[in-house]
Design a binder for this molecule. Structure first.
Ligand SMILES: *Cc1c(COP(=O)(O)O)cnc(C)c1O
Length: 404
């Protein structure tokens, strides 16, 4: 008797699961396929990679715009263009959503009911994961790294934390020392075990979403850039791609994509933590995980732009962010794109011959919310305010609503 009853409950559960799935994955549940799950077909030049994801979930506004970026003091005939991945969506802004389109499709395929991920206290990846999880009706558990003195205090609502807490992500704080000692893998496993014991089905996403599956996000971005070049008025491609590097997945996708496609742009990464050797090894692992058959050192050039430390800024770097915002209207985040653009401009002024006559695509990877964590340090750099000068004798006028 018992096995039969078990079988029936199993079948019922399976039917329920399928029903829930078809509700969340109904292609007609949104216009233009937003928040819909689609079967994935890779670009022809990437079809030999393995494994190929079966599905992808549409989470962001793509294609993100590309426009010319009139940076001051460029070498002769150097053009810099900007790909605005910071405009991939307000709550989801930045590069992480490209990886999440693949990672969360996998989470649903595996029948997960919640997502676990980990990062720094102002992690853009954790914020994007928190939002995307809720779009897909999944619970989200974040492990955030902070200083020892803050690890048992309310983390506050600055920047990314406000968004994470508004969408109801569960936040576990760990100290930098605990993180360094135990490591992100063991920490996420610990939380995973706990949730499994509570009857949950967690799906773990590694730091920055940087595993081989997440790498497809920026392989797809290369296809997007190629398509934009075909339809845009500038048929000539790009000679170079410049981007920030924090956990390695973005440069892995860009580098292998650029190499395999017709784009063939040189990819230059500016790392904001660890060091270039570490990232070459990490990227090699990601590329090997796709049976890419290429060497990291052949497909990407990595320079150190860490400065005084991850998520720490010199006044010089923040001044640069302010200058670029004022000169071009583009706001760089201080932790990633700000440091990468600063590193690129420094390299351009030290080695102008290397960049002269080249057409460069800088990828703005987002992170605007992180800037709110720097307001104390930025205060002295902005200025530009005063009390409006109003004489007592100015009479009141009522608006008529007419323009003239
Ligand atoms: C995470 C992040 C990066 C780095 O991307 P990785 O794939 O982790 O190397 C760059 N910019 C921003 C704003 C990020 O949040």
């Amino acid at each position: 008797m018992r096995p039969a009853i078990n079988l029936i409950t199993e079948l019922e559960r399976e039917r329920e699961r399928v029903e829930v799935e078809s509700e969340t994955m109904d292609h007609s549940s949104s216009f233009e396929g937003f928040l819909a799950k689609k079967p994935y077909k890779p670009p022809s030049w990437a079809s030999h990679l393995y494994p190929i994801p079966s599905h992808v979930f549409s989470l962001a506004h793509f294609p993100t715009p590309i426009h010319k970026w009139s940076l001051p003091h460029l070498p002769n005939n150097t053009q810099v263009w900007l790909k605005r991945d910071d405009l991939s969506g307000m709550q989801l802004s930045g590069n992480k959503v490209r990886k999440l389109e693949f990672l969360l499709a996998d989470a649903l395929a595996q029948g997960a009911d919640c997502v676990i991920t980990i990062g720094g206290i102002q992690s853009n990846h954790c914020r994007a994961t928190a939002v995307a999880s809720k779009y897909l009706n999944l619970d989200c558990y974040l492990i955030l790294r902070t200083s020892k003195v803050l690890a048992d205090k309310d983390p506050g609502l600055t920047g990314n934390l406000l968004v994470e807490r508004l969408v109801g992500a569960h936040i576990d704080l760990v100290s930098k020392e605990e993180y360094a000692k135990i490591g992100s893998l063991a920490l996420t496993s610990l939380l995973k075990e706990k949730l499994i014991n509570e009857g949950r089905k967690p799906y773990v996403i590694p730091v920055g979403g940087s595993n081989s599956l997440g790498t497809w996000g920026y392989i797809e971005a290369i296809r997007e850039i190629e398509q934009q070049l075909q339809t845009g008025n500038s048929k000539a491609g790009f000679d170079d791609i410049v981007v920030a590097c924090g956990s390695g997945g973005t440069i892995a996708g860009l580098a292998i994509g650029s190499r395999l496609s017709n784009l063939k742009a040189n990819v230059h990464a500016f790392s904001v933590c660890d060091d270039p050797d570490y990232f070459h090894d990490y990227v090699q692992g990601l590329v090997d995980g796709l049976q890419g058959g290429v060497s990291s050192r052949d497909i990407v050039d990595i320079q150190n732009a860490k400065g005084i430390g991850y998520a720490m800024n010199t006044t010089e770097e923040l001044k640069f962010v302010k200058e670029i915002a004022e000169a071009t209207g583009v706001i760089l985040d201080p932790v990633y794109s700000g440091k990468a653009a600063y590193g690129m401009m420094k390299d351009m002024s030290e080695n102008p011959k290397k960049w002269e006559g080249r057409k460069v695509l800088f990828i703005h990877t987002g992170g605007l919310l992180g800037l709110f964590d720097k307001t104390d340090q930025m205060g002295s750099l902005v200025g530009n305010w005063c009390k409006m000068d109003i004489r007592d004798s100015i009479p009141r006028k009522d608006g008529t609503g007419k323009m003239f």
